[in-house]
Write a protein that binds this ligand. Structure first.
Ligand code: ZN
Length: 393
C-alpha cells in the first residue's frame, strides 16, 4: 500500500487525506473500472521506461461488464506469483513446470486464425475452434501429444468429457491431473470430468490481474495462496467476520509494476479457517456460485442474485436419473428468459421440473423459452461460458 502510494499517481490521488497508518478497513477499495480508466497512472513510475520492453509481460483481461484492462508485470513477478501454485501442483499431483500440458486459449493478437499452437511443453487450442465438427481432431492431437495434465475451463472440460464418453473413446492414458479454472462448476460436473479422463480434478481460482488467488487441495478445500495475495471479504464497506458472505477483495503481494490494493474481484464468497487434512494452515475460500454482476432483474426493477438458477438446477439434478451437462440462462427483459440446456434427460420432463421449481421463486410470473443443444460452447466474444447473462440492463 505504501509502495503504491509512493510510486503511482492513481493511488496517491485515491489515498489523499487517508491515514495510511490507520485501520486497514479505512483504506479505499479499488474497482476494475477505476484501474481500466487509470491508464499510465496505475503503473509504478519506477517501471514507466520498461513497459513493453525486455523481461516485461502484458496481458489483456476483459470483464463481463465490458471493461478491458491491460495488465503489466515483470517476468520475475509473474514467476513469483505462480510459485506457491507450482509447489502445490507438485506436492499433490506430481505436476511440475516441465510436465506436458494441453490448454485452450482465447483469440489474441496475431493468433486469431491459428487452430492450435505447439510450444515447448504445451499444446494449445483456440477456443474459436471448439465446435462439434472439430472435436475429433482436437482429441486426436491431444492424445498424440501425450500431455500429463490439462488446464481447462469447466465448460470446455465438460464438452471434451462428453465427447470421450459418448464416442466410447479411451481416456488419454498419459493424463494424470486436470485443473479447472475461470468459472464455477458443480460437484456433478467435477465427478463427470474426473470419470471421463480417469484423473483427479482440482479447482484453481484466480484472475489475470493478480494471478492465483486460491487452489484446491485433494480434500476439496480452496486454500488461499498467501504468498501471492492477501484476501478479505467485505460487505457494505465493512470487513467481514469469518464465514460471512461478501465481496472478495485481493491485495497482490508480488506486483510492483502495477499494484493491486484492496482490488474488488467482482466475485462473492466467504473466508473460513478449517483444520484441513492436507495439513495446510491458513484461510480457505468458499465461493458463491454467481459473480456479483450476475444479477437477475425482477419485475419492478429489483435485482436478485443469479444463484437462484444454480439452486433450481441443483434441485433438478437431484430429481432426475439423467444428467444436465451444462446450462445457460439469458434474460432479455424483466419477464423474458431463454434457457439453454445440454442434457441426456427427456426434454419435456426437464422443462416441467424447471417450471415447477421456478414457480416457487421470485420469477414465478416470468416466461421461459427452452433451447436444447448437444453442447453449449463458449461465447464468441469473450471465450467465456457465462451461465447467466442479463441483456435487459
Ligand atoms: Zn487442504
Amino acid at each position: 500500500m505504501q509502495y503504491a502510494y509512493d510510486y503511482t499517481r492513481f493511488y496517491r490521488e485515491k489515498y489523499a487525506g487517508i491515514d495510511l497508518d490507520g485501520d486497514w478497513g479505512g483504506i479505499p477499495m479499488v474497482s476494475k473500472g477505476e484501474i481500466a480508466h487509470g491508464g499510465i497512472s496505475v503503473i509504478s513510475s519506477k517501471y514507466y521506461s520498461r513497459l513493453g520492453g525486455l523481461g516485461m509481460i502484458s496481458d489483456y483481461t476483459s470483464g463481463s461488464t465490458g471493461e478491458c484492462l491491460e495488465v503489466h508485470a515483470t517476468e520475475g513477478e509473474q514467476r513469483k506469483s505462480l510459485l506457491s501454485l507450482w509447489l502445490y501442483r507438485k506436492k499433490h499431483y506430481g505436476i511440475h513446470p516441465g510436465s506436458k500440458l494441453c490448454y485452450f486459449y482465447t483469440f489474441r493478437d496475431g493468433r486469431r486464425d491459428a487452430f492450435y499452437e505447439y510450444r515447448k511443453n504445451g499444446l494449445g487450442f483456440s477456443k474459436d475452434m471448439l465446435r462439434e465438427e472439430h472435436l475429433e481432431e482436437i482429441y486426436d492431437r491431444m492424445y498424440g501429444f501425450e500431455p500429463r495434465w490439462l488446464l481447462l475451463q469447466p465448460g470446455i472440460a465438460m464438452v471434451l468429457a462428453r465427447y470421450v464418453f459418448e464416442s466410447g473413446l479411451e481416456p488419454i492414458p498419459t493424463v494424470e491431473y486436470i485443473e479447472l479454472t475461470g468459472e464455477m462448476f458443480s460437484e456433478e460436473q467435477r465427478r463427470f470430468i474426473s470419470r471421463a479422463f480417469h484423473a483427479p480434478v482440482a479447482s484453481q481460482y484466480g484472475c489475470n490481474e493478480v494471478g492465483t488467488i486460491a487452489y484446491e487441495c485433494p480434500f476439496g478445500n480452496l486454500h488461499v495462496m498467501e504468498h501471492n495475495v492477501y484476501v478479505e471479504t467485505v460487505k457494505d464497506g465493512r470487513i467481514n467476520e469469518e464465514g460471512e458472505d461478501g465481496n472478495i477483495l485481493v491485495t497482490a503481494k508480488n506486483q510492483l509494476v502495477m499494484p493491486f490494493i484492496r482490488y474488488d474481484t467482482g466475485d462473492v464468497g466467504r473466508i473460513c479457517h478449517v483444520a484441513c487434512q492436507c495439513g495446510k494452515p491458513g484461510p480457505v475460500l468458499e465461493l458463491s456460485g454467481a459473480r456479483r454482476n450476475d444479477l437477475v432483474t425482477l419485475e419492478g426493477g429489483e435485482m436478485v442474485s443469479a444463484n437462484l438458477f444454480c439452486r433450481v438446477f441443483q434441485a433438478i439434478a437431484w430429481r432426475i436419473e439423467g444428467r444436465i451437462f451444462q446450462y445457460r440462462v439469458e434474460q432479455f427483459d424483466s419477464k423474458q428468459f431463454v434457457v439453454s440446456i445440454a442434457t441426456d434427460e427427456k426434454e419435456e420432463m426437464l422443462e416441467g421440473l424447471f417450471r415447477d421449481l421456478i414457480g416457487e421463486t421470485e420469477l414465478k410470473d416470468a416466461s421461459f423459452r427452452f433451447v436444447f443443444a448437444k453442447y453449449l460452447l463458449p461465447e464468441e466474444r469473450t471465450g467465456k461460458f457465462q451461465f447467466f447473462t442479463n441483456y435487459s440492463i
